[in-house]
Design a protein around this ligand. Structure first.
Ligand SMILES: [Mn+2]
Length: 343
């Protein structure tokens, strides 16, 4: 039996599957997921539904589940005959929706709207059942697991005295040793963004703090798992099926379907351009967007580009992209030609 922790899966369904294989996860093992299963990546609901079927997985709540919950409840109830709009403060709800959208909520919304009412209800109930923290004792070592950190916690204070925001949202100071006799394990902050981290993108350990969010939803990030018995670290980084749109054979006029795959940006300030690929079945054609203001505009800060515009652009430029991929035309030429074809 082994105990694993993972965090911030953010819809990275394929990486999660890859990880379960990597760690050889069995019915005898247990897994704690420290929140933020939803949003950003391509398959948050499919991922959550898979996790819900696994009895040996315990999920803690992340700020994304908290943000999503109010929106999901509204989406669930609004079609019901007993729905009464006056039970909602519409201004609060709009604020919540726009916050959710800015934080990658649209992949969750998209998948949530496609499942049955029964499944929607199960998801809402499951999120409500998620705990805020877990305490473990493994081989004599105490661990405290939660999503973000300990905020204003001081030694001697009870965890239950901390606010939910402190535990689920406030980023802790990892240079601080919060507890002498217990190791704090958190997610929430991708280790790529921890100042002074000598090994960005991998599990970070300092002063009884362990941070395990390695940017699972990001093309250049990875999903990390830590085994608490052995201390062994595992990383999964298969390119996820970030399929944002599909153009059928008929529509493209080519002899295959085109899928646009994307991974969202962790933080626009760092090495952060979203990665886009066109998946032509056997090959994944990367599209350079850093030199392409048209694509950058389409993608802006949200994790989902305007799909209609993007689809139109891809359709117009597919021949150029393919020629570039096959090295029949140069970088300069491809750029010139793409700009001619701006939508
Ligand atoms: Mn978070």
């Amino acid at each position: 039996m082994a105990t694993y922790v993972m965090s911030d899966l953010h819809g990275a369904y394929d990486r999660f599957e890859e990880m379960l294989e990597l760690i050889n996860f069995s019915d005898d093992d247990v897994l704690y997921i420290l929140g933020d299963i939803l949003d950003r990546g391509p398959h948050p609901i499919k991922l959550l539904q898979k996790i819900m079927e696994m009895p040996n997985v315990t999920c803690l709540v992340g700020n994304h589940e908290m943000m999503a919950l109010g929106c999901l409840e509204y989406l669930f109830e609004k079609d019901d005959s007993s729905f009464r709009e006056e039970t909602y403060d519409m201004r609060d709800l709009l604020d919540l929706f726009s916050l959710w959208r800015e934080n990658g909520g649209m992949t969750t919304k998209k998948e949530f709207s496609k499942i049955s009412k029964e499944e929607q209800k199960e998801i809402i109930d499951y999120i409500k059942e998620m705990s805020i923290y877990e305490e473990l004792l493994i081989d004599g070592q105490k661990y405290l697991l939660l999503h973000a950190g300990l905020g204003k916690y001081k030694e001697g204070k009870k965890i239950t005295d901390c606010s939910v925001i402190d535990l689920v949202e406030t980023r802790p100071d990892y240079s601080k040793k919060y507890m002498e006799d217990s190791i704090l394990i958190v997610g929430h902050t991708p280790t790529q963004l921890i100042e002074g981290n000598p090994n960005p993108g991998y599990i970070y350990k300092n002063n009884n703090n362990i941070v395990i969010d390695c940017g699972a939803y990001h093309g250049s990030g990875r999903l990390a798992a830590l085994c608490l018995e052995s201390g062994e670290e595992f990383y999964a980084q298969v390119i996820d099926g970030f399929d944002l749109l599909q153009i059928s054979e008929e529509d493209s006029g080519l002899d295959y379907d085109i899928f646009l795959l994307s991974s969202a940006s962790i933080n626009r300030k760092e090495d952060t351009l979203p990665h886009l690929y066109i998946d032509c079945g056997e090959e994944k054609i990367p599209i350079s967007i850093s030199n392409n203001p048209m694509l950058l505009n389409l993608i802006d800060n949200s994790t989902i580009p305007d799909l209609d515009l993007l689809k139109e652009w891809i359709r117009k430029n597919m021949d150029v992209l393919l020629k570039h991929w096959n090295q029949e035309i140069s970088d300069r030429e491809v750029l010139n030609r793409l700009f001619e074809n701006d939508v």
